[in-house]
Design a protein around this ligand. Structure first.
Ligand code: SF4
Length: 768
């Protein structure tokens, strides 16, 4: 009974108070359907609260000011809903703040039940259940109400003038309701009663079935005796301290329950046990079964096969719905084209003729169900994806298309999105660090300074200033304060690295958050014509976190840099498969907007992290910083040009073999070590990767225009996009009917060769 809405309601009242308007507690109460709001209203309010993180004290505020401009209409609706909900919740909260006698609590709870019109709602549910002929449900509504009233009366009379606070009263209600169970009068003389073993003594029956008689399961194996041993419990009982039964007592009890269950049968007793568990491990019958066998009480032992044995299907057909339900289990055989017993065809025809068309359809629908995505009509694709005669979007979208075309379609064409929940997880942390670095970068550019010009004191104060500007300076709770400290410390560590790198580099930051093709940006988008005589293009827009430039005796070079708080890296095979196109697209944007006047020096990720350094000895701060600089997680990754300019990106490379900023290890003879040299690319190889990127972008745009959005997630090594995909429930990817698009890992050379082959027309692009 504890899960009946009324039991939920009575406990929920105290839960809301105890947790001080915790989100789950409030909505658990509202979803009991006693509140005079529609389910839709409650759902909309819940979404709003999740989106803006509304809980706790926010519920007691008279005015809600969440949401920005353009959200006024929704805000007004939610504000009104909040006011109406609070009219019901505030009296409960105010009453719970003080202690009251049991009588007062009972009267209050009784009155609250009337205010929420609970008797009327229960009557309504009762009538509905009666109309459906659901005796069990209709009885449950009557019984729970009676029990609740009885509980309140007992509470009023037992506690007398003693005052109880909300915590104590909540506990009494919880305990009182947990004891209550339904007692249902069997609806007819010829019936089956399913009951728990401890209630079975109340029932006499012709045939009794006792299930689950496995060793250790029933009678249950008692573990250790707990804090008190049985001997100690006995000693305490002797001096008048009565405790719950110990392990020995419980064991006797279990055996006694088994004895009682067995003695309920007047004609036949059937005992059952399983021979293996869900994982296929062997399970033994219980000792009591073996003992009954030894005494010769067991007449027959029957083994029930896991599946229906051939030729005995008819034994399993008892009632129309149940039999047609079994029909669905034969679907897989039918779908494979295997022959199935004529019994099933007879059942199928009989169901259709005898008015069970609905059940037959339900049982066989699995046969016709498919999640194959048909080719989307071009007019629909144009309507959904084309803007001013071009497919527009960011490179991240394209990468999504290559991870799984259907997930792209769901997110960017159908524009489906999970409901927003205010949280501060990895994506929000990444955004925060990104925004603070932009704040600092813009500050430097405005001042005409470089990272290297920042003193240590300035770094500290600027980091705090940036964090306050991004996070706000309102009062922070303990969690937010801790988060603030952690994030500013990551920011400070990152800024220290950027300053150090800048001091060692002859490059200077010239652009921060340089957007291309967006809003009023002075950089044009990357526009690539589609294939197959489509007149349209694909237009890529985006934002480059940072561009550093070198102007000196070696020429004019630039490095595009992307900040990453995760562990993203790039490999040529990932470019080949379209999974990592970001850095090459940034180079294309740079090339386009500088008329190819600037040479490429690097396209790389630099990390915004503050990982732990594990050392076996105590070291000072300076040494810890040095150690940190050597750890792999903080080393820049991406591609560097194989040329003299590399020296200018980190001048210490001349005398240090291992630089965190240009992590290409040099051997004694000055040549790069083979393990790290894969990040080194010639100008021609950079050119090849950029050209290939254009080609794959054009190809994917063409496939989109063709309406190709199959459910086709890739699998590379053990990585699959489905693990973090929000559209699993929509696509219903299922290993038995769908397949992963397996793509093989290639070395840098292999991937570049493949790209080259495609460039020269010697091979075709492999999407599948
Ligand atoms: S769950 Fe997997 S198959 Fe389904 S849409 Fe997402 S990535 Fe594609």
């Amino acid at each position: 009974m504890i899960s009946h809405p009324l039991a939920e309601f009575l406990q929920g009242l105290f839960h809301v108070y105890r947790t001080f308007f915790d989100h789950d507690a409030v909505f658990r109460l509202l979803k009991t359907d006693f509140a005079p709001f529609t389910r839709e209203e409650v759902d909309r309010l819940e979404n709003y609260c999740l989106e803006y993180g509304i809980q706790g004290a926010a519920w007691l505020r008279d005015v809600w000011t969440y949401g920005g401009e353009g959200d006024e209409e929704r805000r007004a609706v939610m504000q009104d809903l909040h006011r109406r909900v609070l009219e019901y919740l505030r009296p409960i909260y105010d009453f719970c703040k003080l202690s009251h006698t049991g009588q007062e609590w009972s009267e209050f709870l009784f009155q609250t039940m009337q205010d929420w019109r609970i008797p009327e709602q229960l009557k309504h549910w009762y009538d509905e259940a009666e109309d459906r002929g659901d005796v069990q449900e209709s009885a449950s509504h009557v019984q729970i109400y009676k029990h609740a009233i009885q509980l309140l009366e007992e509470c009023a009379s037992v506690t007398g003038t003693e005052e109880l606070n909300a915590e104590e009263m909540g506990l009494i209600i919880e305990e009182g309701l947990s004891e209550v169970t339904y007692s249902l009068v069997p609806p007819s003389l010829d019936h089956v009663t399913i009951t728990t073993i401890d209630r079975s003594y109340m029932t006499d029956a012709k045939e009794v079935y006792v299930l689950g008689l496995n060793e250790g399961v029933f009678p249950r194996k008692m573990g250790d005796e707990g804090i008190l041993r049985d001997q100690e419990r006995t000693a305490l009982a002797k001096v008048g301290v009565q405790l719950a039964a110990g392990a020995l007592g419980q064991m006797f009890n279990e055996n006694f329950l088994f004895y009682l269950a067995c003695t309920r049968a007047s004609q036949g007793l059937h005992l059952s046990y399983v021979t293996s568990d869900e994982e296929g491990s062997k399970m033994e019958p219980s000792l009591v079964v073996r003992r009954l066998q030894q005494y010769g009480y067991v007449k027959t032992i029957e083994e029930a096969p896991l599946s229906m044995p051939e030729g005995r299907e008819q034994d399993y057909l008892w009632r129309p719905s149940q039999s047609l339900g079994l029909f669905s289990s034969r679907m897989s055989a039918l779908m494979k084209g295997d022959p199935i017993s004529s019994t099933w065809w007879s059942l199928y025809n009989w169901g259709l003729e005898m008015g069970y068309r609905g059940e037959v359809f339900f049982a066989t629908r699995g046969m016709f169900d498919s999640n194959t995505v048909p080719r989307i009509e071009q007019s629909i694709v144009r309507g959904l994806l084309l803007r001013s005669d071009a497919l527009t979007g960011s490179v991240t979208r394209l990468e999504r298309y290559h991870r799984c075309p259907y997930s792209f379609y769901a997110q960017y064409a159908l524009r489906l999105a999970p409901r927003k929940v205010k949280s501060f997880g990895a994506p929000e942390i990444g955004t925060f660090l990104h925004d603070t670095l932009r704040y600092l970068g813009e500050y430097l550019l405005e001042q005409g300074r470089q990272w290297r010009d920042l003193t240590e004191e300035e770094q500290e104060s600027l980091c705090r200033e940036a964090a306050d500007a991004v996070m706000g300076t309102e009062e922070r709770d303990a969690y937010e304060a801790q988060l603030y400290t952690r994030l500013t410390s990551t920011l400070s560590a990152t800024v220290a690295r950027l300053v150090d790198w800048s001091k060692k580099s002859e490059f200077s930051t010239t652009e921060i958050e340089q957007s291309f093709g967006m809003g009023t940006s002075n950089w044009r988008p990357v526009r690539i014509p589609l294939g197959k005589n489509y007149g349209e293009s694909i237009v890529l827009r985006g934002q480059i976190d940072r561009v550093d430039e070198y102007r000196g005796p070696l020429g004019h070079y630039a490095a595009v840099i992307d900040y990453k708080s995760g562990g993203t890296t790039v490999r040529a095979d990932e470019i080949y498969y379209g999974l990592k196109l970001q850095l090459m697209t940034y180079l294309l944007a740079l090339e386009k907007n500088t008329q190819d006047r600037i040479g490429t020096a690097a396209a790389l990720y630099t990390y915004v992290r503050n990982p732990q350094v594990k050392l076996s000895e105590v070291v000072n701060h300076r040494r810890a910083e040095e150690e940190k600089a050597t750890i792999q997680e903080l080393k820049n990754s991406g591609y560097f040009v194989d040329g003299d300019v590399l020296q200018s990106l980190d001048v210490t490379r001349a005398y240090q073999s291992n630089s965190p900023y240009v992590p290409i290890v040099l051997k004694k003879d000055g040549t790069p070590d083979s393990r790290t040299s894969k990040s080194l690319k010639t100008m021609e190889q950079f050119g090849l990767m950029k050209e290939y990127t254009k080609q794959i972008i054009s190809n994917s745009g063409t496939q989109m225009m063709d309406g190709e959005f199959p459910i086709s997630p890739y699998q590379k090594d053990k990585r699959r996009p489905c693990e973090y995909c929000e559209f699993q429930a929509l696509c219903r990817f299922d290993g038995t009917r769908n397949r992963y698009r397996y793509i093989k890992t290639m070395t840098e050379e292999e991937a570049l060769e493949k790209m080259e082959a495609l460039q020269t027309g010697g091979a075709t692009y492999e999407m599948d």
